[in-house]
Design a protein around this ligand. Structure first.
Ligand code: DAH
Length: 359
């Protein structure tokens, strides 16, 4: 508040006091309506081009020369003080605004996420393969891999297939390259040869993979999946073989389903057999799925033929072993009740999306 007409310096001092008082008043009001915008308005009111401090600065011009420095100093101090003060309030206003927007647009992390759109699922064959391999790992098997495009030697000759064996026939095997020596493997048994040529016994291996045969109907596709397994050590016998297959099937399909071996022939095993599981649908009574037999044929197995050991350079007097092989797709078909195996490979999203994300 002005103290009336005094010296020009006194006048300036009292205007400075007025401005300070006015600002104090404005700041008190600001506290109830704090916003960056309101602080900006105050800045304009006091420090802007037409602001009060700027106007006071203008009065310097008309002051007597000897009073100008002192008055100028007072006004400059005022300006600096106001600038500092308003900067602090600008910061406060921004913090306040941020806080407000955070409480208004609060993110509720306890809300359930949308799971119905855009989430992929595992292919039924992948699910099945994971379940089966997990069980073999539990039994102490190592998972091994081998080539899908292979030489006749690994797929047939070394596995004791004679040159005129019908499995080599054009109708079954896809041949690639010159003189039909390169083929798409017809089974994962080729991995027996690859593994034994590199690794030393004892071995306990399972090998999953794609296999190819020129065949297509409700239960056959030109590409399908198998798992091959083999165990080689001193003193391995048929009891070990039956024990592993029985434990494995029971672990995957349930303890109450019976398993059985039926004599059969495969060139690379002697004796050879097929292994069956009591029908998962009718539990042995006989139904459409097991063709009224009560049994499902799952795969082949047998004691590794001495000729195979010879082909890979293993001592067949010292080592014995058993091997088995079966189709993953067929097991997926039984487990998920599929009528047509070809569905597995048509890439229909609606069909594939029905399977669980985890086994
Ligand atoms: N490789 C045979 C097939 O694809 C399955 C098979 C039978 C594998 C007997 C084996 C075995 O290891 O001992 O039909």
């Amino acid at each position: 508040m002005s103290e009336g007409k005094g010296s020009p310096l006194q006048e300036t001092t009292s205007k400075v006091a007025d401005i300070q008082l006015g600002l104090q008043h404005d700041l008190d009001a600001l506290k109830t309506q704090l916003s960056p915008r309101a602080v900006e308005d105050l800045k304009v009111k006091y420090l802007g081009r037409k602001g009060q401090v700027t106007a006071l600065m203008e009065t310097l011009k008309s002051l007597p020369k000897e009073e100008k420095p002192a008055a100028g100093k007072i006004i400059n101090e005022l300006r600096q003080k106001l600038e500092g003060e308003l900067e602090i309030w600008r910061q406060k206003a921004e913090d306040h605004a941020l806080e407000q927007s955070l409480t208004q647009h609060k993110l509720d992390i306890s809300l359930p996420v949308q799971t119905t759109t855009g989430q992929g699922s595992l292919h039924p064959v992948t699910l099945m393969r994971r379940v089966l391999l997990a069980e073999f790992r539990r039994l102490g098997f190592t998972v091994y891999d081998g080539p899908e495009v292979d030489l006749d030697f690994y797929n047939f000759s070394a596995l004791n297939f004679k040159d005129d064996h019908p499995a080599r026939d054009m109708q079954d095997t896809f041949f690639i390259g010159e003189r039909a020596k390169t083929i798409l493997r017809t089974h994962t048994s080729n991995i027996q040869i690859h593994a034994m040529m590199v690794e030393q016994a004892p071995l306990r291996i399972v090998a999953p993979g794609r296999t190819y045969r020129c065949d297509s109907d409700l239960t056959h596709t030109p590409m399908f999946h198998q798992i091959e397994g083999f165990v080689v050590d001193e003193g391995i016998d048929m009891g070990d073989m039956k024990g592993v297959i029985d434990r494995f099937l029971k672990a995957v399909f349930g303890q109450d389903l019976a398993t059985r071996l039926r004599p059969s022939f495969f060139p690379f095993v002697e004796p050879g057999a097929e292994f069956d599981l009591q029908c998962v649908a009718c539990r042995g009574k006989g139904c459409r799925i097991c063709k009224q037999t009560g049994w499902l044929e799952l795969g082949g197995l047998g004691m590794i033929h001495p000729n195979v050991f010879e082909a890979v350079g293993y001592d067949s007097d010292r080592y014995t072993g058993f091997a088995f092989g079966f189709g993953i797709d067929r097991i997926a078909m039984l487990r998920y009740g599929l009528a047509d195996l070809r569905q597995l490979f048509e890439g229909n999203q609606q069909f594939l999306g029905q399977f669980p994300i985890h086994p």
